[in-house]
Design a protein around this ligand. Structure first.
Ligand SMILES: [Fe+2]
Length: 300
């Protein structure tokens, strides 16, 4: 099924953190993002020329606030707005002042009704003249966000049919790797069946395998607990390392990912529901891996 509108990429993730200063140190100094702008309660960080790829907002409960999707152009954003209206998902225009603060063009929001996650859609964003300069790791881009949902079937159906995501690989009735068509990357979003609606992890792709190895030592030295890895994901072929942010939310670095052509892409493959589907090297995830972080606005 072709998507009803064309995505460009995963634009940003907005996280609520309980101690902005502490999280800022982690995401800027240990993870390697560039702080673009901040106020008392909000910080905008980036790993590209975009104004931001991660928004940190001070709050009481740590979690995933929202995900922003950049569409190919403003006409696609108009098309998407009408599409969501037709599907009865009641898209809401983002007030101009807020869209301006986010340095986005006209934007709207839609809540996926099963997992409760809010998505931001926009057809243009502000690009900074000053390039992103890597510090501790050569971050290539914000890679993906993964969530757990209590209604896997409902969320899956809605993401495929209403949000237009293409599927790359899956574990039957339990997990789906999705790409925001026609963006080529194996997955920019993924969902897993869970007993709560929650953030599983956010990912940053690095452009050198040494970045993954170095991160293990850097994080360990800084007292950051490793959640899973180093390992290699069989579905995407990525070499990965997961660790915890100061609130215990899981963050991933990974290197390498399959890319799909817009036309003639291979069919999604079914993965076996065994640990080897997660890692080919035998790493065992920590007990709290992918567990911390509410989805704001969702039933927990
Ligand atoms: Fe991941």
């Amino acid at each position: 099924m072709n998507a009803p509108f064309r995505y460009r990429k995963l634009g940003y993730a907005a996280l609520t953190v309980t101690d902005l200063e502490r999280s800022l140190h982690f995401y800027r100094d240990l993870l390697g993002l560039d702080l673009v702008e901040r106020s008392d309660d909000t910080a905008y960080l980036r790993c590209s020329r975009d104004h931001h790829n991660l928004v940190l907002q001070q709050g009481r409960v740590a979690g995933l606030k929202r995900i922003g999707w950049e569409l190919e152009n403003p006409a696609e954003a108009d098309k998407a707005f009408e599409h969501f209206q037709r599907r009865g998902l009641e898209p809401q225009r983002v007030p101009q002042a807020e869209a301006r603060a986010l340095k986005q063009g006209p934007s709207f929001r839609v809540r996926e009704p099963h997992c409760g996650l809010e998505f931001d859609f926009y057809g243009s964003t502000t690009v900074l003249a000053r390039p992103y300069v890597s510090t501790v790791a050569k971050i290539a881009r914000m890679g993906h966000v993964v969530i757990g949902t209590t209604d896997f079937a409902g969320t899956y159906r809605s993401l495929r049919q209403d949000f237009g995501f293409a599927e790359s690989d899956f574990v039957e009735d339990r997990f789906s790797f999705m790409r925001c068509f026609p963006n080529p990357y194996h997955h920019t979003f993924a969902i897993g069946a869970s007993d709560a609606n929650h953030l599983h992890h956010i990912n940053f792709m690095v452009s050198d395998i040494d970045d993954v190895g170095r991160a293990w030592h850097r994080m360990t030295k800084a007292g950051v607990k490793i959640a899973f890895g180093i390992g290699r994901h069989p579905p995407s072929g990525s070499v990965f390392l997961y660790f915890y942010d100061p609130d215990g939310m899981t963050v991933e670095y990974s290197f390498g990912m399959e890319e799909f052509p817009e036309v003639g892409a291979r069919e999604p493959r079914m993965l076996e529901p065994v640990p080897e589907s997660l890692d080919t090297w035998g790493a065992v995830p920590d007990a709290a891996f992918g567990k911390t972080g509410v989805i704001e606005g969702a039933v927990p």
